[in-house]
Write a protein that binds this ligand. Structure first.
Ligand SMILES: Cc1cc2nc3c(=O)[nH]c(=O)nc-3n(C[C@H](O)[C@H](O)[C@H](O)COP(=O)(O)OP(=O)(O)OC[C@H]3O[C@@H](n4cnc5c(N)ncnc54)[C@H](O)[C@@H]3O)c2cc1C
Length: 364
């Protein structure tokens, strides 16, 4: 019988690996890379969970990013995502195999699927986690680095092997660590773009074990019918895959059109990139929400991040401070964005950006 309180019966770390039309989502690779570390700390197996119709061939990719094993659940009824079908097969698979941890990307699908599965399985779920730890010593190092807690004057259970799931709370002003001590599996949706992707390992890709699960899904299990998938024709900005991002803030409000044109020109001068935005710019309707960087937008870590006329509120910094090189242009000397910038330029962006473009072009 399945007993969600029988903690010792649950083993292994699972990652739900989202695919659409046979293409795996990059968040799956980020989660596998992070899941690998958690599985190593627990001395257990890392398993990918691959669901769809004729998707087995994708298994090797999951191995390459760290999975020891891939559970494949295939059915024509799983070709297109439906909450009912995916929830049913995931819950059945969890009941059969009893994983200790289940990670799901906080994508549109993941945000729909995760809570539904957690409720069915009678366990807890941390939504939108940005940091995960098993090992208490590593968790304390994380707290020393990122918090004001006096870690060393407190007592900690160094043997604890529970999953510590950290996420921003109270509008990003606090970080909260959530644990799930009484029930299994421990579940979390994880923010796309936050976890670092490991290098692809060809040997592991070839060595990955595949097990097909036949869970007897029928049409009666699915209450909705997908009649047609209509894809948005609008060009979506790929902030997550960009090497260069030039973001604009409220500082362009004097002449938004010119500000955006300058940002695009700077992207081109830097060899191609995409235009990001602060929430203020999105809220003002100047750019659409797929441009937004930050706590309620995308978390990015490009090679070059340029912030033009962005003050550097905590919620914006949360989404870009891990970028490799940060260049900030702001007319106010003490702007908080300069705290995370590698290059700080104090000045009016309408004057500074054309100078930057000229300088880059002349170097080239
Ligand atoms: C729950 C919550 C979630 C949030 N999520 C996000 C999020 O995901 N992303 C996000 O960005 N924000 C988010 N915010 C909003 C955030 O707190 C700030 O309000 C927002 O980031 C401010 O945007 P800004 O820097 O563009 O504007 P402002 O704070 O108005 O700053 C404009 C800056 O431009 C400078 N400036 C003005 N003119 C010029 C010029 N000509 N040349 C150079 N510099 C100039 C000014 O000195 C100023 O520093 C969130 C807030 C909350 C409460």
């Amino acid at each position: 019988m399945y007993d969600y309180t029988d903690i010792s019966a649950f083993h292994g770390v699972w990652v739900f690996c989202e695919q659409r039309d046979g293409v795996l989502n990059t968040t799956s690779f980020e989660l596998l890379s992070e899941g690998r570390k958690l599985a190593d700390d627990l001395h257990t197996e890392l398993c990918g969970l691959l669901i769809g119709d004729k998707v087995e061939d994708l298994s090797a990719q999951l191995g390459g990013y760290g999975a020891d094993k891939v559970y494949v659940i295939e059915s024509p009824l799983l070709k297109t995502y439906t909450t009912d079908a995916y929830t049913k097969v995931i819950c059945d698979a969890v009941k059969e195999k009893k994983p200790e941890i289940v990670l799901i990307g906080a994508t549109n699908i993941g945000r729909d699927l995760g809570p539904r599965c957690a409720a069915r399985l009678h366990t807890g779920l941390t939504a939108d986690a940005t940091h995960l730890d098993i090992d208490t010593a590593k968790y304390l190092d994380f707290l020393r680095e990122t918090s004001t807690i006096d870690v060393d004057s407190m007592k900690w259970d160094m043997e604890d092997k529970g999953l510590k799931m950290t996420r921003p709370a109270f509008g990003g002003h606090l970080m909260a660590t959530i644990i799930c001590p009484r029930f299994r599996p421990q579940m979390s949706t994880v923010r796309p773009g936050v976890m670092k992707c490991a290098e692809f390992d060809d040997i592991k890709a070839k060595a990955v074990k595949v097990e097909k699960l036949n869970l007897g899904l029928t049409e009666d299990d699915i209450k909705t019918k997908v009649l047609k998938v209509v894809k948005e024709t609008k060009e979506i900005v790929d902030l997550l895959g960009a090497e260069v991002i030039v973001s604009v803030g409220q500082g362009i409000s004097k002449d938004p059109e010119k500000g955006i044109a300058l940002a695009k020109e700077l992207c081109d001068a830097l060899g191609g990139g995409v235009v990001g935005a602060s929430r203020a710019v999105v809220d003002a309707g100047i750019l659409s929400s797929d441009h937004q960087v930050g706590q309620t937008g995308k978390t990015v870590r490009p090679r070059i991040y340029v912030a033009l006329g962005i003050s550097g509120a905590i919620q914006h910094k949360a989404g870009m401070q891990d970028s490799e090189y940060i260049i900030a242009v702001n007319k106010q000397e003490g702007a908080p964005i300069f705290e995370v910038a590698d290059y700080s330029i104090v000045g009016d962006l309408y004057t500074v950006v054309p100078m930057m473009i000229d300088a880059i072009k002349s170097v080239k």
